[in-house]
Design a protein around this ligand. Structure first.
Ligand SMILES: CC(C)(COP(=O)(O)OP(=O)(O)OC[C@H]1O[C@@H](n2cnc3c(N)ncnc32)[C@H](O)[C@@H]1OP(=O)(O)O)[C@@H](O)C(=O)NCCC(=O)NCCS
Length: 182
């Protein structure tokens, strides 16, 4: 398996069309969707469209849909997407971060975010990465903090979920290799 970046336990690799069924199952689990920004289930056709969309964006250097693979089991256990927001400002957003529910709370989500940040800063030379997280999503907030993100802002009562509006917290990580002038 060729990874774009890896640690001892997991590797990040491009998601291919033959991963569609696995992604469909991970994504559509109700526990995955509970606090996701895009929280509607996706049909198999929509999953395939998403993979195809990211393949096109990757060719243009505008986005990456990465699978999180558990090396010891050779198994896709999750995904993380990098959306380039501006090639002039060198910034991007992380979206669609999900770990298969059977593999949660083992540190893989944090590790995947660290690897994705490392890839963004050291390979893509991006300057700033941000992500929005619903305030109730404790697991995601903890993983973001442990991966190196800092809380930089909040939108109040921005997203409607479970019959009421919820706050969204903005997290950011800056490239430690960049100084004020780069
Ligand atoms: C968010 C998510 C990717 C984290 O992945 P993970 O592999 O479980 O995360 P980690 O094991 O690295 O855990 C990170 C921290 O969160 C804590 N945590 C994990 N799940 C938790 C939960 N349900 N409740 C409270 N804390 C939790 C862990 O204990 C750990 O903190 P600690 O080291 O202080 O103990 C995963 O929970 C997930 O897929 N959630 C559903 C999809 C989602 O909401 N994605 C984020 C959208 S912004």
């Amino acid at each position: 398996m060729s990874f774009i970046i890896e640690s001892e336990d997991i590797g990040l690799r491009n998601i291919e069309m033959n991963d569609a069924e696995r992604i469909y199952n991970i994504l559509n689990d109700p526990t995955s969707l509970e606090w996701m920004n895009e929280y509607k289930p996706k049909s198999m056709d929509e999953v395939k469209e998403m993979i195809d969309k990211y393949h096109k964006r990757t060719v243009l250097g505008k986005g990456y849909l990465l699978g999180i693979e558990l090396k010891k089991e050779n198994k896709l256990i999750g995904m993380i997407a990098i959306d380039i927001a501006s090639v002039i400002n060198l910034n991007a957003k992380f979206t669609n971060i999900i770990i298969d529910k059977r593999y949660r709370r083992k540190g893989y989500g944090t590790e995947a975010e660290k690897l994705a940040l490392n890839y963004c800063f050291n390979e893509l030379n991006l300057h700033s990465i941000h992500m929005w997280i619903v305030e109730e999503n404790i697991a995601s907030i903890k993983a973001a903090r442990k991966a190196g993100f800092k809380e930089v802002g909040k939108l109040f009562k921005e997203t409607y979920r479970h019959g009421t509006y919820h706050n969204l917290i903005l997290f950011q990580a800056l490239n430690p290799n960049h100084n004020e002038t780069t």
